[in-house]
Design a protein around this ligand. Structure first.
Ligand SMILES: [Zn+2]
Length: 105
């Protein structure tokens, strides 16, 4: 199993095909999603980068908190965009019920 590969048919997905929260594989139509660990890492990184930007901008107190939250979102999409190109994510089957990954299939 390689990064960017469909877990079902092993077809490699193109970066432009990847959507959140999930997308259909163009080879077998299986609903696939970027691995949860990858998304979590991207969110943590974005939160940290947004913090750094607000800190570097010299913000403080309530202004800092007001700017930090909204700043995370654009940073998150930039991180994902660059991340897909530099560190290709693993893909996994999308499960709508959020079964905590305890399925036996
Ligand atoms: Zn597929």
């Amino acid at each position: 199993m390689e990064p960017m590969q469909c877990p079902e048919c092993r077809r490699k997905a193109a970066i432009r095909e990847i959507q959140t929260p999930y997308f259909s594989c163009s080879g077998c139509a299986t609903k696939v999603t970027v691995s949860k660990r990858y998304i979590l890492a991207a969110k943590l990184l974005s939160t940290a980068i947004a913090f750094g930007i607000c800190y570097a901008a010299g913000l403080s107190g309530a202004i800092f908190l007001i700017c930090w939250g909204p700043a995370i979102f654009p940073v998150y999409f930039i991180v994902l965009g660059l991340g897909f190109k530099t560190v290709p994510p693993y893909l996994e089957r999308y499960s709508q019920d959020g079964s905590l990954g305890l399925d036996n299939g």
